[in-house]
Design a protein around this ligand. Sequence first.
Ligand code: ATP
Length: 253
Amino acid sequence: MAQPIIKVQDLVKRYGNFEAVKGISFEVMEGEIFGLLGPNGAGKTTTLEIIETLRPKTSGSVIVDGIDIDSDRQAVKNIIGVQLQAAGYYPNLNLKQIIELFAGLYNRTVDPLALLDKVNLREKAKNKYKELSGGQKQRFSIATTLINQPKIIFLDEPTTGLDPQARRNLWDLIKQLRASGATVVITTHYMDEAEELCERVAIVDSGRIIAINTPHALIDNLLASGFTRAKAVKGANLEDVFLNMTGKEWRDE
Ligand code: ATP
């Protein structure tokens, strides 16, 4: 039986008078892909950034791999990989140089080209970050989370804005990370993505967890309550058509 690697207890976050996170508790098991799902403004990013030690909490406790974030933030930072949104990434360095710089900061040896291969950016190794397209920047930010060979990887809406080929390939990459022993915590607005990747999901609404379970169990519970879809669903969808016609290989914008 897997052990919890993240324990969040009674977590509260207030911004002034506004309570964005209203006392949530959950555990993430070692080696699982755990999803935080919820509408805009539910408190997902706030929760993630508190666990990542990037944002102060109001109250509650967070333990990451046995370390209380209040007692040793640096120790937590050393074992996690965080995908930063809209990071500047040193405008005058190329991708290979940025990876080498980060690796140096983490005191790790990495093969930058092998890492860029994972997100199909080897061809761009000599390009600067600012020269990348939106999807390429997104993929590069995922590659940078892997530089310190983290035990836990946090991905905040990792496939937003990507084409279907890139999404599928990133799903494969995320599954490979799990297979290599990492724990992955992901937020997404794509339910197909959560269903495909996550062992368990928490549904967050207005700062509270309203359900936490495996996707299968949540679907079964809904069906058991008598839910039926208005229309029979076909055995394929438009995305299947698109991928069938355009192939599954990486494309570049
Ligand atoms: P989305 O799906 O849109 O990314 P989210 O679930 O990640 O949403 P958060 O970004 O955590 O939501 O925001 C939760 C709530 O807290 C929102 O109402 C947001 O406006 C508010 N909030 C977030 N950051 C701040 C801040 N720095 N100051 C004040 N309010 C904030």
